[in-house]
Design a protein around this ligand. Sequence first.
Ligand SMILES: [Zn+2]
Length: 163
Amino acid sequence: MTKIIITHHDMDHIGGLPDLLAASEGRIEVLAHEVSKPYIQGEIPTLKGKMLVQPSKVDVTLQDGDILPYGGGLQVIFTPGHTPDHICLYHQPSRTLISGDALTAQDGVLMPPNPDFTPDMDTALKSVAKLLDWDIATVITYHGGVCTERIKERLAEIAEGKN
Ligand SMILES: [Zn+2]
């Protein structure tokens, strides 16, 4: 069964989900954090658009610290702030962090979450500080691409509010 893991409920991350699920005819399972679930299922309004989305069923509810068996081990890290439901995923064999929107990148340099779309920056920066506990070789951001240089240093600077 194909899996889709949702990092958070912003529309540029879940907007295509209903059509994908319809086209897959039941062959895709949706995994999302427990805080994401009511947004994705159209039960509560989205944080930023203040609207109910077209519902998609969440099949598996994730929690902080869960280790999923996909790709040799994928750890769920709860990283609220950009949205209250945000998670990052850490691929253990390659030491790769899939950051969603908890981090961005610019010209290969790791950057903070976008302040224009991050209503709770204090919490978001605490989430960045939490990432210092992981041994990260590569970060894949959704907005800005891949970073492989000075990861730990940049995480520390961003967490301290230095851009
Ligand atoms: Zn987002």
